[in-house]
Ligand binder design. Sequence first.
Ligand SMILES: [Zn+2]
Length: 429
Amino acid sequence: MTMKAETMLNLYRRHTKTCTKGYPQNHRVFQPRNQKEKAKDCECPISAEGTLTTEGLISNRSTRTANWEEAVAVAQLWLEWGATTQPETDQGDNPTIRYVVDSFLTSIGPKGRNLEANTQTGFSVLLQQRLLPWCQIKGYNHIREFDSLDVTTKFTESWVNLQPTRNRKEERIVLDQPLADSTKKAELERLRHFFRYCKERRWLEENQATKIKVTSQTKKKYGMEPKEQQRIFAEIAKFDGGSQNATELLAFCMVMRYAGLRISDATTLHDTQLVTRASGGGWAIRVHEMRKTKELVYVPIPNEVEQILRKVPFKGQQHGKRYWFWSGEGKPKTATNNWYTKVMKPIKKAAATKAFLHDVSPHTFRHTFAISHLNAGTDIKFVSRWLGHANTGVTEKHYAHAIHSTFVASDSAYDESMKKQAAVLPVSV
Ligand SMILES: [Zn+2]
């Protein structure tokens, strides 16, 4: 496709009888160049006329779209093909990668299934910005190279963030930033889709992309050290000159630290969630885990947490629920973000006097909750439920480095149980 070729087709709306702007039937109006012309534009189908290298002169040939951008894309394809239909190729059963990519993108484009614009963009990024350049570097020309799991794997490992964040202050571009797990999964899903298309056409023996898995790199979660926690709570007590705002902030942080609530759940905590314990005395917090498991989470809390909550006036009310930390108006997400900023203030102050062992953010309160319980030898099953994890596997993945103590506790629980069973074991000699 050359720039010169682009001048060879003219695009215009060929108005129909039912034209919304009342243009006469078959009248031509070309692509609007400014706002004034745009206002006069309608929804009639776009046609093309001009010369194509193979097909020759064409006139009033419908592009089968009423969208200018799509029509331009169609025209470009026609110019590339030299015809209004895709030419038969002699690519045989091992076409070039470039041919396969073009063929696939056409099949999902306006001339084909016309998938949603976002979907099309996703595929063209994967195929044109990742696959083609990579193959060029590696010297791979034919699609059959991807019948190798090794080649396919190496290709998926080459993916980096194509829009690395720019450090504004220094205008420094961070290169080779790895893809986020979620993006990598989406890319892999697209690659599988593309290879399936190739397999259906017998251009590939197997869809090697289905054998590749994205192993999510779950980071270890660290809690704060007891002394670090002390310093942070001391800063919270001084917050806003130790006013009512300090009490409120302290209550908020205690809910995260001693009930293990996520910052979003702490933000929307309301009075009906505070309940008396199942065992009778004391208090517990109930949370509808909305994010993942959708199960009801029940966490016992120390009396101090209940007491401080009673000292905090309600901020808002909605549907009979009284909220401590949210006005009940606007998006909870916005309120959560505001709390994040607020909690970071005392954390930063505490960090300024002495650096923390690991990074500390509001989430660290929840991690500290989990790790402290695990370190105390609490059954991971309970900790997992308090956190609202779908299963203990999730908990283990995050906090594996803190689980040794639970094994020690499990040893003594076993021995205790055996004592109660008064079991006599048959001993072989
Ligand atoms: Zn019209």
